[in-house]
Write a protein that binds this ligand. Structure first.
Ligand code: GDP
Length: 199
């Protein structure tokens, strides 16, 4: 993941209008709170300190932007499903994401992080529908695979087959462990394609 190792924090944006110009390639990462989004980000970039910024109080509702090079950015979208978030905050989150998906032509794909023990919850399904509505490819990471036996992890993959069939080839899925760093190569292949590294 040598390209990804170069990632540096650029800024946190509360509004879409604060984002850098809509050029080059952007990949966004999203997921329910606690699914392991920050751990995945740190794993991709091999930098354990990188995503700490997204945990800074007050920045949880913001888009944290990491730069790989002048054309490529990794966007850490605000997590969803936090307990006890006021409705007003939720609406604001929806409005920001809405605008981001609608306006950002450089957005090439979305990494959707789920906890393999609790996959495809309602809010995850909403996010999937939403991405498909915007014709965005989604790569699902069933994270924390180390918490399950190989057989149990395989069963989750099998259970997901009908869901994937319904969504078509725009949605792909793999098991992952940010802790054990398993599945990193498979993820890299998807990211490389979206970022145009091999073309
Ligand atoms: P976020 O809220 O989605 O950014 O989640 P974090 O990255 O902060 O992770 C939430 C919790 O899950 C932390 O305690 C992590 O250490 C743990 N975690 C994240 N990824 C993994 C994983 O692959 N395996 C295990 N066992 N724990 C993980």
């Amino acid at each position: 993941m040598s390209h990804y190792k170069k990632a540096t924090f650029l800024l946190s944006a509360a509004e879409v209008k604060q984002l850098p110009p809509d050029m080059g390639y952007e990949v966004a990462i999203v997921g329910r709170s606690n699914a392991g989004k920050s751990s995945v980000l740190n794993c991709i970039t091999q930098n354990n300190k990188l995503a700490r910024v997204s945990k800074t109080p007050g920045r949880t509702q913001q888009i944290n932007i990491f730069v790989l090079d002048e054309d490529r950015r990794l966007m850490d979208l605000p997590g969803y499903g936090f307990a006890h978030v006021p409705l007003r905050e939720k609406r604001k989150w929806e409005a920001t994401i809405n605008k981001y998906f609608e306006q950002r032509t450089c957005l090439k794909g979305l990494v959707l992080v789920m906890d393999i023990r609790h996959p495809f919850r309602d809010l995850d399904m909403n996010m999937l529908d939403y991405c498909l509505h915007h014709e965005l490819p989604v790569h699902i990471l069933l994270n924390k695979a180390d918490k399950l036996s190989k057989g149990a992890a395989k069963a989750v993959l099998l259970d997901a087959v009908p869901i994937l069939e319904e969504y078509g080839p725009q949605v792909t899925l793999q098991t992952f462990s940010a802790m054990k760093k398993t599945g990193v190569k498979e993820l890299q292949t998807v990211l490389d394609k979206w970022y145009g590294y091999n073309s």
